[in-house]
Write a new protein. Sequence first.
Length: 712
Amino acid sequence: MADHELSPSEAARRIGTTTRSVQRWIGRGLLPARRVGGRWRVASDALDAFMATSAAPRGAAPGIAAADAPMAAGTAGTDRSTRPILHLFVANRGEIARRITRTCERLGIRVTVPPTGAPGDLDLLDIDDVVRTALAVGADAIHPGFGFLAENPEFAAAVSDAGMRWVGPPPAAIRAMGDKAAARQLASTLGIPVVPGYDGADQSDEALAAAASNLGLPILIKPAAGGGGKGMHIVRTASGLPYALASARREAVAAFGDDRLILERLLEGPRHIEVQLLFDAHGDGVHLGERDCSLQRRHQKILEESPSPAVDSDLRSRLSTHALALGRAVGYVGAGTCEFLATDDGSVYFLEMNTRLQVEHPVTELVTGRDLVEDQLRIAAGEPLGIRQGELDAARASGGHAVEVRVYAEDADDGFLPATGRVVRLVWPAGEGVRVDAGIDEGDDITGRWDPMLAKVIAHGRDRAEALDRLAGALRSTVVLGLITNLRFLRWVLDQPAVRDGQARIDTLDRIWPPDDWTERVSVPDAAWAAAAESLQADGWRLNAARRVRLASDDGTERTIDLDEALLAVRSADRSANGDANGDADRNADRNADPIVATSGTGSDRIAHVDVDGRSVAIRLAPPPDVDRAARAAVAHGEGATRDVIAPMPGGVIAVHVGVGSRVDAGDPIVTLEAMKMEHLVIAPIGGTVVELSVKPSDQVARGQVLAIVGP
């Protein structure tokens, strides 16, 4: 049988590995083979020789990279051998890809990140394509980051089956905790409290309605297969349940490919606290303390900090004990996070376990002095944790405080809808205790294909007050022009008493945002109009009169500017800034006195992007008056006027709720749009009749596009 030839699948069965691994060794010339009728054949004696030389220490044969050494049978996803990672493929993009790359470069690990933005880019939701691409570049491990396939057990198994290291927990652990219904049930069997709710197999509307009735309103609807706040809906009235169930199912399918739902009794005003875990493949596990993520909007975290201002030693002990028990119960390996709700009476309830690296991991890193990505890589390579719980507790006790906020491409003034545009100017903060994890560069086009999270700004201090002060200063020093972000909103958040006093709850923003005087507070100041006029280099010449120009901002406001006065004001502000040794600091402290401006476009399409307390305001030359514009304005303000229903963001039309001739009241649903796997309901601005309907399901629309017209 020495000369017996085997197919790749037969060879794989003989040595206890996967067909993909054998094909990979053949493709890279490591395992001798020959073509027979278009198929590969491997001589059995060549295979035996290959296996004999592959028994070298650390799993690598002489001249064979560690990534190419065959794995023992049955080890996919649970391999405990130590094998260093030499080339990591990051199955992600943007901020988290750069974060992972930074650690790899420090450790001397080669890293490959797929390109972003070009047509035909790698589809990070296609398991086969991702694995094939990683193998093609010679990677021996894959890090999924967060989002995309990070919590997909099939992806984890495919990576291991291909002979690469999976930087994450075993598929079985992902599967056990990825099913939120099963995770709730597991927690209950371990004696860990869960929020009263329904997680049964009967998913009919009738069963869910009956469960909602038994629980009592208000309730929270959650996808059974998801996380990250997607697909979650609060229902406070029985009449709102059918629409919420339908919407939650659509969002669950779009985001997770699974329409099963969970119902939970809504807890009013709890804190959201999570515990960071690390487990190695040898059965050892530790916790790295807690993070407080209570300040949220629509179940999306706004601000995270560690340690929590609400957690004492007793509560920390209970939370960490619960978290470690859950991790051990599912055979967890790697970095993971258990999330809980905590009420003022001291009760805690398990929510879910995120089987990946969390967005907010930097605050834990800053107070423990660890690099969690490095921990993930070492665990994936088979190394033991190498740290004891007591050491971590001591590090946290003297580690100070850290706070993080997320910079999003979204318009807080317009319901936090996604925003798009080109980054024409970008300035990140720096200084003691300040860290920025960014995923964008100046010149990037932010489209609907991007994750709306552009960056995280994190601050560390000796105590909570110092960390908050440093974060506030960092946000004042941040400039993003060319697209709207939530930066101005974040600056406001850092000044709120509930945040400063550590009293934020998950419903705090619902109660305080927006403040009553927000519209007046954020109006475009004279200095911004003047700076825009100067930047646009308009002529404004008039015979025997002052030079004037008519400008329009992106919110539709128009203003006539005296160019000579504007030039004088801008130059005066420049002299004031340049005459101060701390001009840059003053510039950031008082934007209204000395606005930051960047321009884009040419000729009549030139736009001045002005920083107004953190918001990028686009100002351009107003179009000249004409008869049609005047007529439309008169109709819009007259009796019996029709009103346009406008798309508040770019996206896809998921559902159209009316037809031409339908009678609607103000606030009734007209169209449901989807962007970034989140649904947004567009409502009727007035009561009346739908006289025109311009879209249908599956259409793609731009921001500002007319969707329908409602008349009297």
